[in-house]
Design a protein around this ligand. Sequence first.
Ligand code: WQD
Length: 346
Amino acid sequence: MHILVTGAAGFIGSHTVLELIEANKGYTVFCVDNCSNAVADSNGNAICLNRVSQIVNKPIPFKNLDLCDGSALEPIFKEQKFDAVIHLSALKSVAESIAEPLEYYSNNILGCLNLVKMCLKYNVTNFVFSSSATVYGPPEELPITEKSQTGKGITNPYGQTKYMSEQIMMDVAKANPNWNLIILRYFNPVGAHKSGLIGEDPKGTPNNLMPYVSQVAVGKLEVLTIHGDTFDTIDGTGVRDFIHVVDLAKGHVQALERFKNPIETEIYNLGTGVGYSVKQMVEAFEKVTGRKIPTKIGEARKGDVASVFCDPKLAEEQLGWKAELGLEDMCRDLWNWQTKNPKGFM
Ligand code: WQD
């Protein structure tokens, strides 16, 4: 199968490209990204994909393009016959989306619309969409299953764009029965490939917990602010379903297997099913790295909920996929990446 991977130069994208190739299932990839959230070399190639190429010892075909520019997108569909698309590209910062809603709606929705239009025009019938647990809003009950309510109480434009994109594509799939759609809802991806050559490289100050923790540990940041310690959880701090990014990437490889036969739209939670608190994550990281993480308690972030974790049973049953890496692996691999790349991909 020849796979178009959008957002391939991102944290999830680069790891997914790597696992597609290492799966040795005959997948060939073509990668696109506008590198708005990735570091490019002097030739305009994403450094993280150069690293993937180094790991797999194969060239990684890449084109720097923006999905919002429909005229840039169509030539690759004319030149190549794609058997499936894995659509990962999107702006993904919750805080930034609140400050720049129009940027998020236009980039994430228009990019998705342009891509789906090209798929229908060029008869690319298999589509994997990178969605997020954010679409569930504040969970009514735990664990979250694929049947849990979505679309209510989403507190930020980023989450709204993921929810709206899901709705758009599910309607397209209903109107085009030969178009096979799989939606993957990610929980909290952390960690890095064991080589330490690729990993999460947030622009500016990290919004997310574990990149922040690792930057404190390496001395880039001074202290971790724990956003609230009065939640109704084991120790008062927020609980999340942290999943190793390599496990997450492998979930995409398994999802492609479903396209061997025509499918109705399928939705899967990609998480471990186990929730860990902020304090538990910090303690795990300190234990693995031997580094002390100075912390202080701050206000809870607006919209933050106490606990979010999923029931990953459906993915296990239908995709034959289950997260295999645990907290120690996440912390060890994150630290290996951070210490080998204190300045990220610069
Ligand atoms: C996790 C926990 C914070 C930073 C978001 C998006 C979600 C997905 C993952 C894209 C919470 C606490 C965090 C810090 C802290 N992104 N925290 N100090 O909010 O669960 O999910 O990122 O798909 O869509 O919503 O992840 O890592 O920001 O927070 O105490 O400096 O860590 O309060 O309890 P979150 P997070």
